[in-house]
Design a protein around this ligand. Sequence first.
Ligand code: NAP
Ligand code: G3H
Length: 483
Amino acid sequence: MELLEQEYKNLVNGDRMANGRWIDIFSPVDGSLCGRVPAMSREDIDQAVLGCRQAQEKWQRTPVFKRAEILYRAADLLEQQAEEIAGMLVMEIAKDKKSALSEVKRSADLLRYTADVGKNSRGEAIFGDNFPGGSRNKMSFVSRVPMGTVLAVSPFNYPVNLSVSKIAPALMGGNTVLLKPATQGAVSALMTAYLLDKAGLPKGVLNTVTGRGSEIGDYTVTHPGVDFVNFTGSTQVGEHISQICSMKPMIMELGGKDAAIVLEDGDLNFAADNIVDGAYSYSGQRCTAVKRILAVEPVAGRLVEKLKTRIERLKQGDPREEGVTITPLISREAADAAQKLIDDALQKGAELIIGNRREGNLLAPTLIDKVTTDMELAWIEPFAPVLPILRVKNAAQAVEIANRSEYGLQSSVFTSSIDRAFAIASRLEVGTVQINNKTERGPDNFPFLGVKNSGMGTQGVKYSIEAMTRPKAVTINLRGGSF
Ligand code: NAP
Ligand code: G3H
């Protein structure tokens, strides 16, 4: 950690930091100190943006294969340091050990995927086009050029992966990057940025900005030196940013209320395994967590029994211990918000199957049956291990309730009929439909998007590079000489 503290300063041009204020990051696991990050001032942010802009020209002229080489090196470094970074994730965001390690390793893979896409075809996704026009005396050459300085804003729940998923494609597209990680998660994110730096990124190509979003967020996203905003976080903050940055291009990955639709011909054991994994891993703090079950009446009772048996087996407690799935939530406020949803549902007549026990931030995995559409839990994202079951008459009602949500990230359908699955998939208003699987983002080279209040734009290596580059046309006008 001492090494990193010095490195933060280098990463953020700390010698020029105007106010010298720091934020202590405490662990939600045991309250211990995970590290400190600078509470940057506007002047610090100006410096970080300026650093990116000064590095832009040279970086965008750096050959694609050279950019790729740096990403490959960063992937190797991330893998070498996987245990250490995962250890920080465990303490800083209370992620269980297995998921923490998986986050770091998949981020190394993501760096390699991204480098491959750029390198193999000399940039398939950043390849251009050409158009003849007029009476063939005009030719338009279209190349893809970087947007400039990309601001990458990542959330607390995946400080490594959701930073890398923005940084890597932005860099391959020839952009410089300003990273603003979530404050709770900033130490892990800075360790990642440090390794990218060590992999050989030229000075200024990746700068970091730290500080509370509520204090420096608006200033940073609206900064005239920021050309593109790539944001992952809550719908509330995402909407606010899109309003204040009216003309700035952006990608938004926001909240979700992913439904698992279980039909009478679905394999109930398989569905129960998947749903429990999808809903409760990392205590439900995943955008793609299964956040409601829509089960048809004839199988709902049996499904509930199977879910209950599996939930009883989930180990809860300290994320440092082997095999723990349910860990303390990121903050007391997060646990309070989830508790409110539970209380509202139970007061209005829903049936508690298991859970609803709390010790500080640690909320036991909770399953609530017979949730109805007048209850908040039917619509609001808990970001906690709380799963409602809404019993429905048939598939048509399941689709109708699924689509009534303000969100549209993903949905699952459990059925043994592929025809039915496709028919339902075509009606669901979401970015991705999973047939016979839990909702989930990965593999990370897949396209990933949310519709409605779940976001705008598409991520996933090829799409992310495309989104963070733009066409630039140069037209040759021929005078029609003779030969
Ligand atoms: P959040 O509170 O919205 O914060 C996200 C990021 O925005 C943090 O870095 C935060 O910094 C920053 N921020 C806050 N106010 C800002 C402002 N005015 N301008 C610019 N940045 C600002 O979300 P979270 O609690 O970290 O993450 C949980 C939410 O993210 C959930 O709703 C979840 O569904 C969503 N999420 C979505 C996806 C997806 O791919 N669709 C993936 C992961 C998470 P501070 O930490 O300093 O406040
Ligand atoms: O929280 C949002 C992440 O992008 C979800 O990724 O489905 O692999 O957990 P995951």
